[in-house]
Design a protein around this ligand. Structure first.
Ligand code: ADP
Ligand code: MG
Length: 396
């Protein structure tokens, strides 16, 4: 599938595929879950901090039919291998590849006492895998929606990301935070979500400039094999910093870096080893930047928002050390174009994508010029496109 939104044509084509694969007879249900772009607030979610993501018009859709037994027969048009598994005795199985993501969600839901069922499912997505737009969260949230839809179960919408995150943490083994699953489940067209990952309080913030400002995604087309282990290492480093700062400040109630504000951190940061000081500095000041970004967004102040994006990128590059040469070059490429408000890497880093905020009338010129500049700097044909702010997951 290409860059365009999944549409009626996709649904018709998937219906045909489904019948080819699993036969006909029962009514097919269709579900969809979107990818996300995080405007700002990176690597803060698993530190109980603030994030400001949007759901975008790239998604995974599924055609699904309930089975009367506890078996799953699944295909993804994005992968060659079919996956068959029973709900009984499920555990992570390398040979099941991509199937572990939906299977993990089914297991976690059942363990939580939510009705689940076997199903025949075809998935089809246009989210780049490992492209930093969180295709993993999309397939997890999609699976939760499928199982809820097929069994006719309703749960609070806010519970869906909690279950999906648990599946990624416990079944897949990636210690991700909740942002990606949250925005995929609860996003709203032309709105960002401000989420406090510590309290789980959230608010939809209108992106009133959506018709005047374009969000451009630039995919570096590189994916580091070490990304998952480096991610888990950052999670551990932050936990170590919390331990030390709690002792240093004598505040036993400190649970996460987000319990410390920029001012308090300035007073105690020298007590940390250099590496942990840099990690904590990023998280604590990134939280402050999210707050400033919300004010900027509410004031339609794109200049300030753009400057915050650039500060965020510099911090992720120099303090949190999760950027890479290609991400830095893509940000430089964006910033070499006229009119760009700001740019930064989005998602976990180590490859994947960066975003830029651009006046709508400059959108095509920026896409063309930044692609050229990125190619000149790296020799890589990146992928550049504008995205719109979409609704969260649901039945189609
Ligand atoms: P990302 O940054 O895109 O989330 P991850 O490595 O965390 O990258 O997750 C990508 C994995 O999610 C894929 O390797 C695959 O196992 C699963 N996945 C994503 N999209 C699909 C899809 N359309 N069909 C099947 N599996 C998918
Ligand atoms: Mg992922």
């Amino acid at each position: 599938m290409d860059a365009s939104e999944l549409n009626d044509h996709t649904v018709a084509a998937m219906k045909e595929k489904f019948i080819q694969e699993f036969g006909t007879g029962k009514e097919i249900s269709f579900f969809r879950a979107p990818a996300r772009v995080n405007i700002i607030g990176e690597h803060t979610d698993y530190n109980n901090g603030y994030v400001l993501p949007i759901a975008i018009d790239r998604s995974i859709v599924a055609a699904a039919v309930k089975r009367d037994d506890r078996m799953f027969r699944m295909r993804s048009l994005n992968f060659p291998e079919a996956v068959t598994a029973s709900l009984d005795g499920l555990k992570y199985d390398l040979s099941k590849g991509w199937g572990n993501y939906p299977l993990g969600v089914a297991q976690v839901m059942e363990k939580a006492g939510i009705a689940v069922c076997g199903a025949d499912i075809i998935f089809n997505g246009n989210i780049p895998l490992g492209g930093g737009l969180s295709s993993s969260a999309a397939i997890e949230v999609l699976m939760a929606n499928i199982l809820l839809g097929l069994t006719g179960t309703t749960i609070e919408k806010e519970q869906i990301p909690v279950l999906c995150k648990q599946a990624e943490n416990e079944f897949i083994g990636v210690q991700c935070g909740i942002m990606d699953q949250f925005i995929s489940a609860l996003g709203k067209a032309n709105h960002a979500i401000f989420l406090d990952c510590g309290t789980m309080d959230y608010r939809h913030i209108p992106f009133r400039m959506a018709d005047r400002v374009a969000v451009i995604v630039g995919n570096t087309k590189v994916k580091r094999e070490l990304a998952h282990s480096a991610y888990n290492q950052r999670v551990r480093e932050c936990a170590e910093a919390v331990e030390l700062l709690r002792k240093q400040l004598g505040r036993t109630e400190i649970n996460s870096l987000s319990d410390i504000d920029s001012e308090e951190f300035t007073s105690c940061k020298k007590s940390l080893p250099d590496l942990l000081e840099k990690r904590a500095d990023h998280v604590i000041n990134e939280n402050a930047r999210v707050k400033e970004a919300i004010t900027a967004l509410e004031n339609d102040d794109m200049k300030t928002l753009g400057a915050l994006l650039l500060q965020s990128h510099a911090s992720l590059r120099d303090k949190y050390e999760v950027s890479c040469g290609e991400l830095d070059h893509i940000v430089e490429s964006f910033m070499s174009c006229d009119g760009v408000y700001g740019a930064r890497m989005t998602g976990a880093g180590f490859g994947g994508s960066a975003i830029a905020l651009v006046p709508t009338e400059q959108k095509d010129a920026v896409i063309e010029q930044s692609a050229k500049e990125y190619k000149r700097l790296t020799g890589i044909d990146g992928e550049f496109y504008a995205c719109s702010i979409a609704d969260g997951a649901g039945r189609m």
